[in-house]
Design a protein around this ligand. Structure first.
Ligand code: ADP
Length: 613
């Protein structure tokens, strides 16, 4: 019992936050929804009132003219209210769509502000999977907006129908108090019984949903299932691979599996929900019959006292009230229950940066007198038992060019990731002009570096925007940087890719690399780091790009990384990495002299594949 109360309390807290979130996303949504439903329900009840009033008045032969005038005024008011309702309904749709987009922006903004080590980590990956599944069941923030809309509708319907019922009941009570009391008690009992039964069925539906959702989570290859079931498999690269390797059969297997799973899920839920709705209807019909019976008895006993219009109005009001009351309970219950599905989203939005971010400003130096030092740095990736960098000590001297070579997996990229604080080392420290880089303001610190990784990415913006990473750019400088990399043949204001613009261009791998390198040049930072962005080029082309870059880099501190030794042989300072450690340092001529060295072995092994001198 205590644990159930705890769960209820937790769901209540999340629900409150959900309401707050809806309000924050669109502050006018809740008041406007209240207004919309008041207008809508009043308009409907005025309609009922007018028709039942006409029936009653005609039955007792009242004068027609005042009746017509009263009816016209009331119907005109109902009409205006209906128009207000329709207008606000359209506005609500826009507000919901807008808020949905805003929520996406909020999520994306959060992602931008998280540390890279968290983004790459397992915890966030699993959390995002959970968010996807939870959104699937609770329909995300859009679902919350809709459920709140239902709740407000039901509340207003209960209040207005109850108010109208009370006016009729009081008249009847005045005439036949005993019979009225018997009727009211039976009706109340019926409502309580029906509500409890529906509460029970509703709960069963939620338990079943939870069960199915955890079954889905426990399925092996959940990631794969999510990918294919959500029809996210239709990227052009996936399709290309599918065609090359006849992967259709495998994909269809997963699609079929997904389809079967969904059909099974929906069938099971439909069965439970069917029971729930059917019992609701049965009891609603019984309540209605009870009303008719009561009113008929009253009418018989009191002769003309209970007019025919009153009978209809009363039955409609009681029916609306009982129906809405039950729906209200169901919606509140479902809001509380589905609220827990937003817990994963809130958990994500509450995530805090796991790295320390200092506030120290970075000294602006036009002479680029910055020096980086790795002092006894060791690092292993979260969840890895092996060190990727071991006790690394190294200085990047101002204005010097350095090459880092070594086999794949020797720790070259990891070193750069540590340098630009995508990760923090577990041991040792990295210093900028003698101060631990953790102490600097991260954005200012990153201004010092222009980095191009092997897995760089271009955005679907124009070439110029991709180079400048801004829409406010210096056209001449962009063209200059692109020329330096040898990029030519395209206007700089055309979009990269055709995804969002059919006038966009599809760039070759080499052209993309040139844009990425031009981006690094345009940034004009003190340090330039190239981590094999040219890996897709042949060794000779890579060599040419690297040595040309050396000319361009001028007085900047530059680091070139490659697993191909030939690409870096122009560099006077070559560092050889192996298993996260520096094993050799020097220029090509000195390194190659030692025939027992790793450099010599790698050089001779690679020389077999291409001729270099
Ligand atoms: P290189 O750049 O020399 O090819 P890396 O620095 O990429 O090597 O990798 C060094 C080691 O760290 C490798 O053993 C690699 O498997 C491991 N590693 C790289 N990235 C990750 C990661 N995100 N998570 C866990 N291990 C990683």
């Amino acid at each position: 019992m205590a644990s159930k109360l705890k769960i209820f309390h937790k769901n209540y807290i999340i629900s409150k936050r959900l309401v707050r979130t809806v309000h924050e996303l669109y502050p006018r949504y809740i008041p406007m929804t209240i207004l919309r439903h008041i207008a809508g329900r009043l308009s409907a009840f005025i309609g009922i009132y007018v028709s039942t009033m006409i029936l009653s008045e005609l039955a007792i032969h009242s004068p027609v003219k005042p009746l017509i005038i009263k009816s016209i005024i009331l119907l005109f008011t109902a009409c205006i209210l209906r128009l207000i309702n329709t207008f606000l309904e359209k506005k609500a749709e826009v507000m919901r769509e807008f808020s949905y987009e805003m929520m996406d922006c909020k999520n994306a903004e959060k992602m931008m502000n998280l540390d890279y080590q968290d983004i790459e980590g397992d915890y966030l990956r699993r959390l995002r999977e959970r968010i996807d599944t939870d959104n699937w069941w609770g329909s995300g923030i859009y679902g919350a907006f809709i459920t709140m809309d239902y709740i407000i509708y039901q509340c207003i319907n209960v209040i207005i129908s109850a108010a109208m019922s009370v006016t009729v009941i009081s008249t009847l009570f005045y005439q036949e108090s005993l019979l009225s009391a018997v009727f009211l008690i039976s009706l109340t009992m019926l409502i309580i019984f029906n509500t409890s039964l529906q509460f029970y069925y509703n709960k069963k539906c939620f338990v079943l949903q939870d069960k199915i959702s955890s079954e889905r989570d426990n399925i092996e290859d959940t990631d794969l299932l999510n990918e294919f079931v959500d029809y996210r498999c239709f990227s052009d690269t996936d399709i290309k691979e599918a065609k090359l390797y006849n992967a259709e059969e495998l994909i269809y297997k997963y699609l079929d599996y997904g389809k079967k799973f969904h059909t099974y899920t929906i069938n099971r839920l439909a069965k439970e929900e069917g029971k729930y709705y059917m019992t609701g209807d049965v009891f609603r019909i019984i309540s209605k019959c009870l009303c008719y019976l009561f009113i008929t008895i009253m009418a018989t006993i009191s002769g003309n006292a209970v007019a025919i219009g009153m009978v209809i109005r009363y039955v409609i009001c009681i029916d609306e009230m009982t129906g809405s009351f039950m729906a209200l309970l169901r919606d509140i219950q479902s809001f509380l229950k589905t609220a827990k599905r937003h817990d994963s989203t809130f958990e994500y939005l509450d995530m805090r940066s796991s790295m320390y971010h200092g506030k120290l400003p970075v000294e602006k130096r036009s002479d680029n007198e910055y020096e980086i030092e790795f002092r006894n740095v060791s690092f292993k990736y979260p969840g890895n038992n092996e060190y990727s960098i071991r006790n690394l000590s190294l200085k990047l001297h101002i204005g010097e060019k350095m090459a880092i070579v070594g086999k794949n997996g020797s720790g070259k990229t990891t070193m750069i990731k540590l340098l630009c604080r995508l990760y923090d080392p577990q041991e040792g420290e990295i210093l900028l002009n003698g101060i631990n880089i953790r102490k600097f303001d991260y954005k200012e610190y990153m201004q010092l570096f222009s980095i191009v990784f092997q897995d760089f990415s271009l955005f679907d913006f124009s070439i110029a925007e991709n180079v400048a990473i801004s829409d406010n750019y210096d056209k001449e400088r962009i063209e200059e940087c692109l020329n330096l990399t040898g990029f030519s043949g395209h206007e700089i204001d055309v979009p990269c890719g055709k995804k969002y613009d059919e006038n966009g261009i599809l760039l070759s791998g080499g052209e993309k690399q040139k844009i990425a390198i031009a981006r690094a040049l345009y940034k004009d930072s003190a340090f330039i780091l190239l981590d094999e962005p040219t890996a897709a080029l042949d060794p000779v082309a890579e060599y040419e790009v690297y040595s040309a870059f050396n000319e361009i880099a001028k007085n900047k501190t530059a680091v070139y990384i490659s697993h191909r030794l030939s690409s870096c042989r122009f560099c006077k300072d070559i560092i050889v990495f192996d298993k996260g450690k520096i094993v050799q340092r020097g220029n090509h001529d000195t390194l190659i002299k030692d025939e027992n060295s790793l450099y010599y072995k790698l050089w001779t092994a690679q020389a077999k594949y291409y001729s270099t001198k």
